[in-house]
Design a protein around this ligand. Structure first.
Ligand SMILES: [Fe+2]
Length: 334
């Protein structure tokens, strides 16, 4: 086969490749540039041929190129890749520098293969922009939903607080005590907010119980007591649709469970009862005892503390009682 013809064929193939090809000799003098290299790198063959590979780069990057070429000259089979952003021509391309070694002879030259990635990068960028926009829309919707839920819960709190004289302030005080206890044990964490909301709304079920029972001045009959016991279950049902993560409504539903299992609505015992419910149970009972009720005189501070202490392990979680007593002893709970 005619070797000159074959050389011509090789040259044609290199000339017509989609990737830009620049070849230098072993000293780094440029000996070949194909059409694609001219186009991608926005250079002119006549200005570059015969020049040193290093001098074809911007002055600021020449030292880096020199180091890279020196490395390649002594590392057969290696390559170095560089991404170039050409702002002037709105182009992004990748250059791969590779040494050409002839087995048994040594370094023959350096090849620089350039690939235009502008379109690919732009499509990646527009995809990323689209995803970012989607994420922002999603976050906004989520925030709006969250605010709507909070507003609904605030409305329910207001509704409950205006129900009667006793309830007014009770939920807020229970919330304050429960938060103090919870912070004492766990510090401030994201679950604190759940306990806070649960405490504020723990008695919301009472809006479903007739006024004649909720506001009855005297002692309740057993039927009336059974009716009022429904409030914790009903409260859980009211809050459930606003709490898709089920973080708050179970705390509310179980705030009248007892540690010994004799509470309601489900007779849960010990740690079966949600932690938040066990905290609220103490705060709720304490505030109820401290407040005046139509059918019972207010108990004094000492009596209330004694009542909580004597119910450790019965009505209340003993661990939470300890924490309550610690706070009471240091004057944090009055
Ligand atoms: Fe309650």
């Amino acid at each position: 086969m005619d070797s000159a013809w074959l050389d011509h064929l090789y040259r044609l193939v290199l000339q017509q490749m989609r990737e830009g090809i620049i070849l230098s000799d072993a000293e780094g003098k440029i000996v070949f540039i194909n059409d694609a290299a001219e186009q991608i790198r926005n250079i002119r063959r006549e200005n570059i041929l015969g020049n040193s590979m290093v001098n074809c780069h911007k002055e600021s990057s020449r030292e880096k190129v020199l180091r890279a070429l020196d490395y390649l000259k002594t590392h057969e089979g290696s390559s170095i890749s560089r991404m170039v952003t050409d702002v002037m021509n709105d182009k992004i391309y990748e250059n791969v520098y590779a040494p050409i070694f002839e087995p048994g002879v040594g370094l023959q030259g350096i090849a620089v293969i350039s690939r235009d990635v502008t379109e690919q990068r732009k499509s990646e960028e527009s995809k990323a922009n689209y995803q970012r926009a989607q994420q922002i829309a999603h976050d906004t919707l989520r925030e709006q939903y969250h605010n709507l839920v909070l507003t609904s819960m605030e409305m329910l709190c207001n509704l409950l607080e205006t129900r009667d004289d006793y309830t007014d302030g009770h939920s807020k005080r229970v919330c304050e005590i429960a938060v103090k206890l919870y912070e004492q044990k766990y510090g401030v964490n994201e679950l604190l907010l759940d306990v806070q909301w649960a405490a504020k709304l723990h008695d919301i079920g009472k809006i479903c119980i007739p006024d004649s029972i909720v506001q009855k001045p005297g002692k309740l009959t057993s039927e009336e007591y059974e009716a009022i016991k429904q409030h914790s279950r009903l409260a859980g049902e009211i809050i459930r649709p606003l709490d898709p993560g089920s973080r708050i409504w179970p705390i509310i539903r179980h705030h009248h469970e007892r540690y010994d299992g004799k509470g309601y609505p489900d007779g849960l015992q010990g740690i079966q009862i949600p932690d938040g419910s066990r905290v609220i149970a103490i705060a709720d009972a304490y505030d109820a005892m401290r407040s005046s009720r139509p059918y019972r005189k207010t108990m004094n501070y000492e009596q209330c503390i004694q009542e909580i202490r004597s119910n450790a392990g019965k009505q209340f979680d003993p661990e939470w009682v300890e924490i309550f007593l610690d706070l009471a002893n240091t004057g944090s709970i009055e």
